[in-house]
Design a protein. Structure first.
Length: 67
């Protein structure tokens, strides 16, 4: 999902999505380590989505502190 789409969601939805993505990344990491799956690209996409959400969280904290 793109950052623009994440911005449209509420902070509660973003936090819930962050937890789900972290769990999915953990599962994919273990599946890749045990060679149960070969989809490295899926793991990469999940990591990028997590990074986008973390960036949006930092932006909102910075906006609150600036105000």
């Amino acid at each position: 999902m793109k950052a623009r789409e994440w911005r449209e969601k509420s902070s509660g939805e973003r936090e819930k999505a962050m937890l789900e993505l972290k769990e999915k990344a953990r599962k994919l990491r273990f599946d890749l380590a045990t060679r149960e799956t070969k989809t490295h690209s899926e793991y990469r996409k999940v990591k990028k989505d997590i990074a986008r959400l973390m960036t949006l969280a930092e932006e909102s904290v910075g906006a609150i502190e600036a105000a």
